[in-house]
Design a protein around this ligand. Structure first.
Ligand SMILES: *[C@@H]1O[C@H](CO)[C@@H](O)[C@H](O)[C@H]1NC(C)=O
Ligand SMILES: *[C@@H]1O[C@H](CO)[C@@H](O)[C@H](O)[C@H]1NC(C)=O
Ligand SMILES: *[C@@H]1O[C@H](CO)[C@@H](O)[C@H](O)[C@H]1NC(C)=O
Length: 309
């Protein structure tokens, strides 16, 4: 019967010497260098790691906070408007108001984050009138938190010349997108900096500050903001006697850039280090085997099957 080697066990030969000997020094130096050399290799091979950024895809948590300004200018220069800001609604005291504002959101995958938002302004305008210009400003709360909690200014802005009569519904469809100027900073134990954003609610008593351009300019001064990329615009005829301006938004993942954190670096470096150190330790083992078995380094050899000299 042919026999297979199913397992083998090596017999270890020990080499002995006193603490103060060349053999002990040799073992100490080789073992230590097997641990230290990989460390330097990893550090020098990764000098660019300190400047790297990581991109994390994440769906922002966007909440409608009922902060908005809506202005519609009619062909006879009359205004139909509504606003959640007390100062603006004060100014608009004598102009006709939106007849209704409706908001709904949907969470398709039940993860607690809205995937779709639908906000509509319903306007009662005289049959013979036409809205020729609309201005819409909606302030949301937008949060991303995969690396750290970041409250990013989130504003929908629209200013457009249109032709909307009392039986028209206009639907603007959008996609949320992150406009990022600089990579985000998240704090860690030795670096306590975090990207900062201007708290974004336009609350002034200067009507000029509500100009769409002004708001956009203020928005752009932030390291990043969540904007609404215009998709398609649809027009429908309604059977009621309201004009409707509807803003529909899909919220998907956005790509956010971050400066790498120390933890990420440490994790990456330690994996590389351990792999290299294992290889170096195996190598050093071979060198020691060679050096001792050939008596390049002298020590007392004790072989288990040879009884002591
Ligand atoms: C609204 O109209 C009333 C009465 O005509 C007037 O007293 C008030 O000043 C007006 N408000 C504004 C903001 O123009
Ligand atoms: C999203 O934000 C809202 C309001 O701040 C909060 O109630 C909700 O729990 C958040 N959802 C998740 C998944 O964090
Ligand atoms: C806006 O500012 C006014 C006065 O400056 C203040 O009374 C009001 O509470 C502010 N509103 C918000 C929402 O911050």
């Amino acid at each position: 019967m042919k026999l297979l080697t199913v397992h083998c066990k090596s017999v270890s030969i020990s080499y002995k010497h006193s603490l103060c000997s060349f053999a002990t020094l040799f073992v100490a130096i080789t073992t230590l260098s097997a641990l230290i050399i990989p460390f330097y290799i990893v550090i020098f091979a990764n000098t660019d790691l300190w400047h790297q950024t990581v991109t994390i895809y994440e769906q922002p948590n966007i909440t409608f906070t009922y902060k908005y300004n809506f202005f519609g200018i009619m062909d006879n220069d009359e205004i139909v408007a509504c606003s959640s800001q007390s100062y603006v609604s004060g100014i608009l005291e004598n102009v006709s108001k939106c007849s209704a504002i409706k908001y709904s959101e949907e969470d398709y995958n039940n993860d607690g984050l809205p995937d779709f938002m639908d906000l509509s302004f319903h306007l009662d305008i005289p049959k013979e009138r036409m809205i020729t210009e609309v201005m819409v400003q909606i302030f949301f709360e937008g949060i991303i938190k995969s690396d750290c909690f970041l409250n990013i200014p989130t504003v929908f802005l629209l200013q457009e010349h249109t032709q909307i009569n009392s039986r028209t519904e206009v639907i603007y469809t959008n996609q949320v997108s992150l406009q990022q100027k600089t990579s985000f900073y998240c704090p860690f134990f030795i670096r306590n900096i975090q990207s900062r954003f201007n708290p974004f609610t336009v609350n002034t008593t200067n009507f000029n500050d509500y100009q769409t351009m002004k708001i956009y300019k203020k928005l752009k001064m932030n390291p990043a903001f969540l904007g609404f990329e215009n998709g398609k615009k649809f027009t429908m005829t309604t059977n009621g006697n309201h004009a409707v301006i509807r803003i529909q938004t899909d919220i998907g993942e956005v790509a956010a850039r971050y400066h790498t954190s120390i933890w990420r670096k440490v994790r990456e470096l330690s994996i590389q280090y351990f792999c290299l150190a294992v290889i170096f330790l195996l190598l050093v083992q071979k060198i020691k085997d060679y050096a001792f078995s050939r008596f390049i380094v002298r020590a007392w050899e004790s072989i288990p099957w040879k009884k002591a000299y």
